[in-house]
Design a protein around this ligand. Structure first.
Ligand code: SF4
Length: 452
């Protein structure tokens, strides 16, 4: 062992129980035990006359979406100046809000997190030259229209660009300018034919737009087509309906989905105010139909970019039996620059959660890399020094601990072999920037470097 490592190990006993100064933000936060509140302000104030039968009908909500500034101004106090700005933005990036989602907005709060996700704002245009239209380069990886094949065993079927609500942070905002479209039966057949002829594909993600805007009958045609392909093991549906149009998750849909399992559903709650009794019922219906529900949150400035909101969101999701799956860094999409946060914000939120709540409540923080680089997980660095024999790590309280590898083993030893005949460690090797750092002073001062 080097002198420096010995010095670091000695620190273990000194620092063990000390809470470092200035880290009080990582103390466990107080969370209220009440389920997240539901402010059905507009249902009571503005949609009071709507019969329950209509309010519970997803097609009524879809037909009655708020799509113009004039309609929006009937519900929200919007100054004439702001109306002009919204009109300008909406000419490029349209607006569409379901009455249900509108009902969750606090009328007089301009910073309301639901409002910020739904109502156009001038910064979408003012910073419109930042980012790119298609940072994930989905078009490049399209093998037939609507089918993205980037990873060998997975494909993405984009069935429509229609969504119940147009989220201001949407990665596929570029599609809004081309009007509404739904894939034709011929296009669906071409996608199915491609999947059928590629036996490596075992996992199909159905997305959009929101694929649950299709009729249940039309969706069933796609699912039954996929289920007729033997090598397709898993079907995943990406839908924000449980959040913005929970009425869509009706019994007819759930009965249909239950016939084609395993079907998983990934949804998209971003804020605890979205976890309403209606949303909870929608998720419960899916679960009872045998459809596990995971959540993918997008981290957004001024909406959910703090530890308290994220904790409350994830605890609320677990209460409705939805698993927090991913926390996404907001993509570099044109028209969303004002919502993006520095990477450090996400890392510090992750650090605030790890150790302070159960692992089940902690999503994986990921960046979906530009240029179609795929998703990579980002987390605080807990490994300070690594050799073949041992690791020196810090825990969530900054306690430094040495973890020893089994005696007689090393990464260059007799590792087991995988299916390719390679030793497992060869596939799992550390990245260059996680190589042992010889000087512990550097290791300690440059945690950000080790992390990056
Ligand atoms: S539901 Fe998804 S695809 Fe539709 S607008 Fe929102 S983020 Fe975009």
């Amino acid at each position: 062992m080097t002198k420096e490592m010995a010095a670091l190990k000695n620190r273990t006993s000194i620092d063990a129980e000390e809470e470092p100064p200035g880290r009080s933000s990582r103390m466990p936060i107080e969370l209220d035990e009440e389920p997240p509140s539901t402010q059905l302000t507009y249902k009571s104030n503005f949609f009071r006359q709507v019969p329950e039968k209509d309010w519970n009908d997803w097609k009524w909500h879809f037909r009655n979406r708020i799509t113009t500034v004039e309609e929006l101004a009937k519900y929200l106090p919007i100054s004439p100046n702001e109306q002009t700005q919204i009109r300008l933005v909406a000419a490029k990036y349209p607006l569409a809000i379901t009455p249900y989602y509108l009902s969750l907005i606090h009328q007089f709060d301009k910073d309301d997190p639901i409002r910020k996700q739904a109502v156009p704002c001038y910064q979408e245009m003012a910073q419109g030259n930042m980012g790119s239209e298609d940072p994930l380069e989905e078009k490049r990886d399209s093998v037939v229209p609507g089918l993205v094949h980037r990873y060998p065993d997975r494909v993405l079927m984009v069935l429509t660009d229609v969504c119940p609500m147009l989220c201001r942070h949407c990665t596929r905002k570029r599609e809004w300018q081309h009007g509404s479209w739904v894939r034709t039966p011929e296009e669906i057949d071409a996608m199915l034919a491609y999947i059928r002829s590629n036996k490596a594909i075992r996992d199909v993600v159905i997305s959009g737009g929101d694929p649950l805007t299709l009729s249940t009958e039309r969706l069933e045609t796609v699912l039954s087509g996929l289920r007729s392909i033997e090598h397709v093991e898993i079907i995943r549906i990406g839908s924000r309906c449980p959040v913005v149009l929970p009425q869509r998750i009706d019994q007819e849909l759930c009965d249909m989905l239950s016939k084609y399992g395993p079907v998983w559903l990934n949804t998209h709650f971003n804020h605890p105010n979205e976890i309403t009794p209606e949303a909870a019922r929608a998720c419960d219906r899916l679960l009872r139909a045998g459809v596990p529900v995971n959540n993918q949150t997008v981290l957004m400035r001024g909406i959910n970019d703090n530890l308290e909101t994220q904790m409350k969101l994830n605890h609320g999701l677990l209460k409705i039996k939805v698993r927090p799956y991913y926390l996404f860094q907001c993509d570099e999409v044109q028209g969303t620059e004002h919502l993006r946060t520095p990477i450090e914000t996400g890392i510090s939120i992750m650090e605030g959660m790890r150790g302070h709540t159960s692992g089940l409540a902690i999503p994986t923080f990921v960046i979906d890399l530009p240029q179609g680089g795929g998703k990579i997980p980002i987390q605080p660095n807990y490994v300070l020094v690594q050799t073949k024999q041992e690791l020196i790590v810090r825990n969530y309280k900054d306690r430094i601990v040495c973890y020893r590898n089994p005696k007689g083993s090393s990464v260059s030893g007799n590792g087991s072999r995988n299916g390719n005949g390679k030793k497992n460690w060869e596939n799992n090797r550390l990245s260059q920037n996680q190589k042992p750092v010889s000087n512990p002073k550097i290791a300690d001062d440059n945690r950000a470097f080790i992390r990056s």
